[in-house]
Design a protein around this ligand. Sequence first.
Ligand SMILES: Cc1cc2nc3c(=O)[nH]c(=O)nc-3n(C[C@H](O)[C@H](O)[C@H](O)COP(=O)(O)OP(=O)(O)OC[C@H]3O[C@@H](n4cnc5c(N)ncnc54)[C@H](O)[C@@H]3O)c2cc1C
Length: 151
Amino acid sequence: MGSWSPAGVVSHTGAAGLTLGGGMGWLSRRFGLTIDHLEAVELVTADGSLIETSPDSEPELFWGLRGGGGNFGIATAFHFRMRNLGAVTAGTWIYGLYRARAVLQALADAARAAPRELTLSFNVKQAGCTVTAFTQVPLEKALDLSAPSEA
Ligand SMILES: Cc1cc2nc3c(=O)[nH]c(=O)nc-3n(C[C@H](O)[C@H](O)[C@H](O)COP(=O)(O)OP(=O)(O)OC[C@H]3O[C@@H](n4cnc5c(N)ncnc54)[C@H](O)[C@@H]3O)c2cc1C
């Protein structure tokens, strides 16, 4: 799957706001936050200066940018450490809303035993409740795929 850095679970959120806020996503259980992969930020400050911040250059400002939001200037470039991932699998199951209790129980049980390579998310929508799994190991190794029993 090429080179990755952890980002959000929804692809249309902006990389800048997400990174400046910390950034948590499908890879975070295994690799941490987006800011854990941030190596440098180019920033235009209020007086118009363009500065590079990193652990070695303006380190306190760099520290503040890693979660402090848009309070310090306009970030014009982000440099990330990338990771190589192998194959990943993602899938969504949709259940009738009346099964929400059983689905949530099954999800809680699965989460307890889940390896770091597996991330699960639960949503309630008009069409029903959904469980989405994203895994970097084969799905059958990451998750018991037997259907949740009726509530
Ligand atoms: C549907 C949805 C799903 C989300 N899912 C996730 C998720 O999975 N993980 C997660 O971590 N977060 C998630 N978020 C939160 C999201 O990361 C924040 O809302 C983030 O601020 C969005 O970034 P943006 O650039 O699109 O936002 P904007 O609203 O454009 O900006 C947010 C803040 O950052 C500042 N800002 C934006 N760009 C810059 C820049 N270049 N330089 C300086 N300041 C800047 C803005 O001034 C503002 O204060 C989600 C949000 C939504 C709406």
